[in-house]
Design a protein around this ligand. Structure first.
Ligand code: AHR
Length: 515
């Protein structure tokens, strides 16, 4: 938090005008011994072989003039380290079920090509493979999350991949790894067993997938991880509750580390709307989809509770974010879109949902990391920029591995065209050093909202804050003006008789630190 404050330009919001409007929302935050830890993996990212995420994004090759480490851009490595990125999912997405990992190892000049059948039909040279990805994760200090190919692969291929990256002793696959230059195993713990099995992963029924999962999971043996592998089953699309129910019913609990869920904030798959040129109608509809995450997580969790009352199995929201039409003039298969204040609000509200459901939601992956969908980083040749969503993830990183402080909030409504959404959302945690962080989001596009928090309960004497906001919802960072939206010091609060009163501007995200 302090680091952010030093980095950012200072906006001093005048406290006189903002405290004049009333209608206060009371947020009650409790210190609770039994509350869960917010797993840092909720703040995970996703890097698919899609458009310019890997090739032309992360990976420019070691002969590039762009400063790089083993072909990966140094500016991206630095930005992701600063984000404290806890895990990175790779190589897909839909691409994962077409990917044959053995094509991406060994001397690069000998590697066969692959046509990326889902994303633009481009031919890739497999120059970014298993070693490149896992070495990158080491460099980032992040946990790899490998998505295995169940759709067009085989059980043997998946089992071999586990042995190749994890086996310590002598075996055909570990020998091959050593021959390819890596002696020590990487000890990859998190493994996805297929992706979107109901769709691009093979158009399977839930019953059929559950059966296949049992077979794959059996042969994905644990080689050298002390705590065993965390196998993640390909999960439901949004509100397909039958999918979750079928998996939980038919797969023994001990074979499941996590069950996935994918939910994109898309207003209409046939007409998704522009990423920048949107009106309030589109904004409202996007937020409605984003806020649906609360209902989805609640209902999928309730199904999981029936079969796993002790919450041993994680709900893994390994694809989430805003999805709009691709930027005009860009390849329709590359899913490149800009990132505005709408995305910042979407991210803050979604992360509040995950934090508050930390007991069951123990991992999530924003789609995607670089140049695809709701990216935190955009690149254009030598240039690179951080999006508003990057700054939300950075602001919220204070919640990683902190203890959840459960809260209640009775939000006022944000009303548009006769429909209403909760305008405010919040989540709070206490970190290992005793610092309390409270994140607040105002979704309302026009109205500031006033919040009151009792500080006595939390033992807080002083407060500081950071805000991400801008004058227009459509504002975004461009390669010509990459710092238009950045976190700024937030002063829109006052403490009176142990009560914190915060005025949060329209479409903005705030994180407060109390001690
Ligand atoms: O993130 C883009 C795509 O969305 C992924 O490849 C797929 O899993 C989902 O449909």
């Amino acid at each position: 938090m302090k680091k952010i404050i030093v980095l950012v330009s200072v906006i001093l919001l005048s406290s006189q005008s903002i405290f004049s409007q009333k209608e206060t929302t009371v947020v009650t935050i409790k210190n609770s011994e039994s509350a869960p830890i917010i797993n840092k993996n909720i703040y995970g990212h996703f890097a698919e072989h899609l458009g310019r995420c890997i090739y032309g994004g992360f990976f420019v090759g070691d002969t590039s003039k762009i400063p790089n480490t083993n072909g990966v851009r140094n500016d991206i490595i630095k930005a992701l380290k600063e984000l404290k990125i806890p895990n990175l999912r790779w190589p897909g997405g839909c691409f994962a079920d077409t990917y044959h990992w053995k094509d991406g190892i060994g001397p690069k000049e000998n590697r066969p090509t692959i046509v990326n059948q889902w994303w633009g039909g481009v031919t890739e040279d497999n120059s970014f493979g298993t070693h490149d990805f896992l070495n990158l994760c080491e460099l980032l200090g992040t946990e790899p999350y490998l998505a295995g190919n169940m759709g067009s692969g085989t059980v043997q291929e998946m089992a071999d991949w586990v042995q190749y990256v994890n086996f310590n002793g002598k075996s055909p696959m570990s020998d091959l790894r050593v021959k390819n230059g890596r002696k020590e195993p990487w000890k990859v713990k998190i493994w996805g067993v297929g992706n979107e099995a109901w769709g691009c992963g093979g158009n399977m029924t839930a019953d059929y997938y559950a059966g296949e999962y049992r077979k794959y999971a059996t042969f994905m043996s644990d080689w050298s991880n002390s705590g065993g592998l965390m196998r993640v089953a390909s999960g439901a699309s949004s509100d397909d509750y039958n999918w979750t129910e079928t998996l939980m019913k038919n797969i023994p609990n001990q074979m499941l580390g996590g069950v996935a869920l994918h939910h994109y904030s898309v207003i209409d798959w046939a007409k998704k709307g522009d990423g920048v040129d949107f009106d309030e109608d589109l904004y409202f509809k996007t937020m409605k989809q984003a806020l649906k995450m609360e209902e989805l997580v609640t209902k999928h969790s309730a199904i999981m509770d029936k079969y796993d009352p002790n919450k041993k199995i994680a709900l893994v929201v390994d694809e989430w974010g805003g999805w709009y039409e691709v930027e005009k003039g860009s390849n329709p298969g590359f899913l490149y879109q800009q990132n505005t204040m709408r995305d910042a609000v979407l991210a803050g509200a979604t992360l509040n949902v995950f934090n508050n459901h930390a007991e069951r939601v123990r991992m999530a992956n924003l789609a995607q990391c670089v140049n695809v969908l709701q990216a935190v980083i955009l690149t254009d040749k030598t240039k690179m920029l951080l999006t508003p969503t990057y700054y939300i993830m950075q602001m919220y990183s204070v919640h990683q591995d902190a203890k959840l402080l459960p809260l209640t909030i009775n939000s006022p409504s944000y009303t548009f065209n006769g429909e209403s959404l909760p305008a405010l959302s919040a989540s709070a945690s206490k970190d290992k050093n005793g610092l309390v962080h409270i994140s607040l989001v105002n979704v309302d596009s026009k109205k500031p909202n006033t919040i009151e928090i009792d500080l006595n309960e939390l033992g807080i004497k002083s407060v500081s804050g950071v805000i991400v906001t801008s004058s227009k919802l459509q504002d975004h960072n461009t390669f010509d003006n990459p710092t238009k939206i950045q976190p700024a010091v937030f002063k829109g609060f006052q403490i009176k008789k142990g009560k914190l009163e915060v005025v949060i501007p329209p479409f903005s995200v705030v994180t407060l630190e109390g001690k």
